[in-house]
Ligand binder design. Sequence first.
Ligand SMILES: *[C@@H]1O[C@H](CO)[C@@H](O)[C@H](O)[C@H]1NC(C)=O
Ligand SMILES: *[C@@H]1O[C@H](CO)[C@@H](O)[C@H](O)[C@H]1NC(C)=O
Length: 276
Amino acid sequence: MKHTLALALMAFSLDAATASPLNVEARQGAGSGAGPYAPGTYKTDSSLQSHTIYYPTKTPANNEKLPVLIWGNGGCSNVGTSNSALLQNIASYGFLAVAEGAPSGGGTSNSASMKAAVDWVTKTAGTGAYANVDASKIMAAGFSCGGTEAMDNVWDSRVDTIGVISSGLLSNYTAASQWRKPVLFVLGGSSDIAYQNGERDFKNLAAGVPSWKGNINVGHGGTLNNANGGTFGKAILNWLLWTFKNDTTAASYFTSGYKADNWQVETHDLDQLKPF
Ligand SMILES: *[C@@H]1O[C@H](CO)[C@@H](O)[C@H](O)[C@H]1NC(C)=O
Ligand SMILES: *[C@@H]1O[C@H](CO)[C@@H](O)[C@H](O)[C@H]1NC(C)=O
């Protein structure tokens, strides 16, 4: 059963990754996103060749720093543009996002390659082109198999919060009871193959761990391939804006704003969340 689910998480997203190469090419260079620093775009850096780096093309004023999202793709794919609509939009709000895999990368990623992105951020933040990157604010998140990488990196003291998107633990089943960081769960409803796992992990959270879990009945694939990552993308962006930029409008999405988007929500000690 466990093996079957792992294979399913893998297979599903390889489909998703190959479904929209034309869209990805069209966006390349031009960038996209709806934030104040749009367009968000992406590049590679010779110091981190196996990842894709998303950044805002307009520089935030007043020395505002860029918090960081480290992103794992579905299928643990190493195609760094698998979720480029989502990540360009997040970048356009004043974040650096590092996705696993080069833009046209191949093969698969794992928890260690996600950690390599955290290592790179902590080494390069504050230097050169990354002078305004804030390595003290790091979220690790991912879709499906990528979400399992984020959960594996929750133990890393440099990671402040994690995002579990259409995902849940595939081993070490009770580990969520040991997590001590805010957790965002974004799930695709009861037809999502990861639904039971995500629900279980949410239920296992210890007292005092702030968490928001939202389901919409869209299935495992969610809405990440929609413009700006769709409704899933909206929840991920608002979580980043709340936890790392102390944005009160974004915070209110998790107490009331979500209702307009038809999420089915459960929260866990969410009132204890303190922005970083
Ligand atoms: C499994 O969970 C425990 C906490 O319950 C944690 O200390 C350990 O690092 C986890 N192992 C892996 C491989 O994630
Ligand atoms: C967040 O904003 C509130 C007021 O809106 C303020 O009291 C609090 O200190 C801020 N937190 C951080 C970490 O900046």
